[in-house]
Write a new protein. Structure first.
Length: 255
């Protein structure tokens, strides 16, 4: 699947240095001034297991003990804003880097272990001792700043933040498979601290990835699947939205 164009980009580099004689932190100012690419992306976790960065989702079909079958064919998440904050402070230097981008539409690849890139920037090379990433899942309108290209290039609905398309086959004998489209106007803001900081180098690509576990999106507490096309009718709106919020983690993060 293709990644949607990014819009409304604002990258601010706030840098300051206090030079003190006789102090060496192992990274020179000239090295820090060199820039390397950093990307932020979303990817789907393998079904039935945690993401390990090696085996991403290759099948979009989930089942339950009752025999219901849910096939997810497309997942889109509207990100109103994506932020990265990096800080580095030593006896000789104090530097900050802040990236703000958005809105962006994450169209999750469901085959082949790919990722949807939602933000990118060139970042001063070096070790950043503190690193935080934040994103906001929120509906946008076509007249919002940076939104025009998204709605021109896609058929994603305004005033919605999540859309899932696929098929549903209930367990009942003789039941027929039906198509569904699930939409939600979910609003969710998440902050994630990158443990151990972040090393940015021209020697290897640097990426911050959020992993989405789709397996539990349309499950009730006991694990039973529900028809995404009947979520509102069955009164499970809040349950599903809570499942979606809980499903997104920074790669390598554990609950």
């Amino acid at each position: 699947m293709t990644t949607r164009p990014l819009a409304g980009t604002l990258a601010l580099l706030l840098a300051g240095a206090l030079l003190l004689a006789g102090c060496d932190d192992g990274v020179s100012d000239s090295e820090l001034d060199a820039e390397a690419p950093l990307t932020i992306g979303f990817q789907a976790a393998p079904l039935g297991g945690s993401a390990d960065g090696q085996s991403l989702l290759k099948s979009a079909t989930v089942t339950d003990e009752e025999g219901n079958t849910l096939t997810i064919e497309r997942v889109e998440i509207m990100l109103e804003e994506i932020e990265i904050e990096l800080e580095r402070e030593t006896e000789t230097t104090e530097r900050e880097f802040e990236l703000e981008e958005g809105p962006a539409l994450a169209d999750l690849p469901l085959e082949g272990g790919a990722r949807a890139t939602v933000a990118q920037a060139n970042v001063p090379e070096g070790i950043w001792d503190e690193a935080e990433s934040e994103f906001e899942v929120e509906p946008i309108d076509a007249d919002d700043d940076g939104a025009e290209s998204i709605f021109e290039d896609t058929d994603f609905p305004e005033d919605q933040s999540v859309r899932v398309q696929g098929t549903w086959l209930p367990a009942e004998e003789g039941a027929e498979e039906t198509s569904f489209t699930y939409v939600s106007d979910l609003e969710s803001e998440q902050e994630h601290e990158i443990e151990g900081g972040l090393q940015v180098s021209t020697d290897a690509p640097t990426a911050i990835d959020f992993v989405v576990d789709l397996d539990g999106w349309f499950r009730l507490e006991g694990g039973t699947l529900i028809n995404p096309g009947q979520v509102e009718e069955l009164g499970f709106d809040e349950d599903v939205e809570e499942n979606i919020e809980d499903s997104i983690d920074l790669e390598g993060e554990s609950d």
